[in-house]
Design a protein around this ligand. Structure first.
Ligand code: ZN
Length: 81
């Protein structure tokens, strides 16, 4: 049984393995792509779908979801996945 998670962009609920997991590391408050859940912290999910990633970046949804100010680094990473 796969875990279900909600996409921050389209709000659909899907299997977590169909989504990118983005985690704010508790120790450093830095954002990472976290596919194998090795990093501990608050997480947000987005579909592995260019449209959802586009919405996530355009609307700066990670700032609200993960309570962070600076999301430029993770945005650069998400543009390349
Ligand atoms: Zn989505």
């Amino acid at each position: 049984m796969n875990k279900k998670r909600k996409c921050q962009a389209c709000k659909a609920i899907k299997d977590a393995d169909l989504m990118h997991k983005i985690t704010k590391e508790a120790k450093t408050n830095k954002l990472f792509l976290n596919p194998d859940s090795k990093i501990l912290g608050r997480s947000a999910y987005v579909c592995k779908n260019p449209e959802c990633i586009k919405i996530l970046l355009k609307k700066k949804l990670l700032k609200g979801a993960l309570k962070v100010q600076d999301t430029t680094e993770i945005e650069d990473i998400l543009r390349t996945v």
